[in-house]
Design a protein around this ligand. Structure first.
Ligand code: PEP
Ligand code: MG
Length: 551
């Protein structure tokens, strides 16, 4: 029995034989083309169109978050700048295949050089190029292997196009060598509830037919598991199956303490599924996701329509909308400074909004209008707020423009250290544990090489959460969590023990978190929180809380 470790996505556990993704197509030769430039151009145009159409069709079939990712890939395949570059290379004597290879690689380098969110898109381009070259060669696109039995798919990295359409009757789990917890593969796997462990450095050691047990909860891949491991996996699978059919109730602890369970949304079209899965409202609507491809700021009317669409799905319920969080991995052309060398530490979130106050004012005016036109209880918050001065600036501007409830996100360690000052000048605080972890641990959240630091179980992060929780309790101001940490069931209980009053997460996580909360009382949650705070590493905090929870 051997163990490989990586970063688990979700809580699933599964076992089966390994089937590896085939290696990518060999690099096209640099030999000069035989046919005419015109014929090569036409063949490339057909291949690009066929790949774009196939990606769009796959997106349509997959729906939801996968559709957005695949639509973006289809657009990349037809990017006018890329097509111009391809034509120039063919004109200069390349074959179509070689021109595709080089033009996509050049485009990919530009994106990778931008880092962050766009850098992650670079991997998508390599996948699109492979598909176009396969179409030119008339061979099947490299992709997920098929088998007539269930298997564990092992890949270097999995393109979103493949993750989106995994046949869940066949692929029982997914193991990738590359990718961090916020890579596309991880996001889609989480949305589709696929058992997955990503960033497994030893994944290349796995061969077709090896029997492996994939445990997302512990981030382990066990090769040739023994009987005891298999029996434990079976019990866990049965427990998980029970939770997924459990009745949908409002979030609460075993002693009846309410812990409202809210949804994180990136678009109005995600709202219906969140409602279906029992979201009691929205804890984070990421408005910047609506405008990532915009050159110009959206108008007030345009924004109002989008906000009303979300608010209308939650009559009488709380909907927390976040003002544009531009910068770092989510640059907005009309709001971000492209020149920053280290954009995660730059003019991001509220800093960018304050420097462009007209855009912030427009957004608040649009939100206030949406608030008046719908029945939802609108709360509005600012991202990346550093201290009480910024909190007061945002809260008073929001109130001046008609927002009834205004608050701030706690994502920068400084705000936790002055949390009681912040609580005095704002209506609520929502902790963004993704960024709070990134900044506390000084580890870029998009970088696979430091993914192990990006762990919200770290006691340093939890101690900051406690400072905010304590300030919330003392002032009577609500404190929510809307980072990925809230989607980890046991960590969610710890967060409640630290003083957090609501949890917001990707809708597919609601069922597991709801079930876990019901196993603990408030004093039990406080004991778990105490155990986590006393640990010295993230791993030790997990072990201590698991042990305390089993008592
Ligand atoms: C966070 O940082 O935890 C958060 C919720 O915001 P985002 O993931 O959009 O940066
Ligand atoms: Mg954030």
């Amino acid at each position: 029995m051997r163990e490989l470790s990586g970063i688990g996505v979700g809580r699933g556990i599964a076992t089966g034989p390994v089937l590896r993704m085939p290696d990518p197509l060999p690099e096209p030769s640099t030999a000069p083309r035989g046919g005419t430039a015109e014929a090569e151009r036409a063949a490339v145009a057909d291949a690009l169109a066929a790949v774009a159409a196939e990606l769009t069709a796959r997106g349509q079939q997959a729906g939801g978050e996968a559709k957005d990712v695949l639509d973006a890939q289809a657009m990349m395949a037809q990017d006018p700048g890329l097509v111009d570059d391809l034509h120039a290379r063919i004109e200069a004597g390349s074959t179509g295949e070689r021109a595709v290879f080089e033009a996509f690689a050049a485009f990919q380098q530009i994106l990778a050089g931008m880092g962050g969110y766009l850098g992650e898109r670079a991997a998508d381009l390599a996948d699109v190029a492979q598909r176009v070259i396969a179409a030119l060669r008339g061979v099947p696109a490299p992709g997920v292997p098929t088998a007539d039995h269930p298997f564990v798919l092992v890949a270097h990295d999995l393109a979103p196009a493949d993750t989106a359409l995994l046949d869940l009757d066949r692929v029982v789990a997914l193991v990738t060598r590359d990718g961090g917890p916020t890579s596309h593969t991880a996001i889609l796997a989480r949305a589709k509830s696929i058992t997955a462990v990503v960033g497994v450095a030893g994944a290349d050691e796995l061969s077709d037919g090896d029997i492996v047990l994939v445990d997302a909860a512990s981030g382990l891949v066990i090769v040739d598991p023994d009987k005891a491991h298999l029996a434990a996996a079976k019990t866990r699978t049965e427990e998980l199956a029970k939770t997924s059919t459990a009745p949908i109730t409002d979030g609460a602890l075993a002693d009846g303490t309410p812990v409202p369970l809210l949804a994180n949304l990136g678009s109005p079209k995600d709202a219906a599924r969140a409602v279906e899965l029992g979201a009691e409202g929205v804890g984070l609507f990421r408005t910047e996701f609506l405008f990532l491809d915009r050159e110009q700021a959206p108008t007030v009317d345009e924004q109002r329509a989008d906000y009303e669409a979300v608010l209308a799905a939650f009559p009488g319920k709380k909907v927390v909308v976040r003002c544009l969080d531009a910068g770092a991995d989510k640059p907005l052309a009309f709001l971000s400074d492209a020149e920053e060398e280290n954009p995660a530490l730059g003019l991001r979130g509220l800093r960018a909004l304050r420097a462009n106050e007209a855009i912030l004012r427009d957004q608040l005016v649009a939100l206030a209008a949406a608030q008046e036109n719908t029945e939802a209880d609108l709360w509005v918050m600012a991202p990346m707020v550093a201290d009480a001065d910024e909190a007061e600036y945002f809260t008073s501007l929001a109130k001046e423009l008609g927002i009834r409830v205004a608050g701030v996100m706690a994502e920068v360690p400084s705000i936790a250290l002055v949390a009681e000052q912040v609580a005095e000048v704002t209506d609520f605080v929502s902790i963004g544990t993704n960024d709070l972890t990134q900044y506390t641990m000084a580890a870029d959240r998009m970088l696979g090489s430091v993914a192990a630091y990006q762990d919200p179980w770290h006691p340093a992060v939890l101690r900051l959460v406690k400072l905010i929780g304590d300030a919330g309790r003392a002032s009577g101001k609500p404190v929510g969590v809307c980072g990925e940490a809230a989607a980890d069931p046991l960590l969610a209980v710890v967060l409640v023990g630290l003083g957090v009053t609501t949890l917001s997460m990707t809708p597919s996580a609601l069922v597991d978190v709801r079930a876990e909360l019901l196993k603990h009382t408030l004093s039990g949650a406080e004991k778990l929180a105490h155990a986590a705070l006393a640990a010295s590493t993230a791993a030790a905090a997990r072990v201590a809380v698991a042990a305390a929870s089993a008592d």
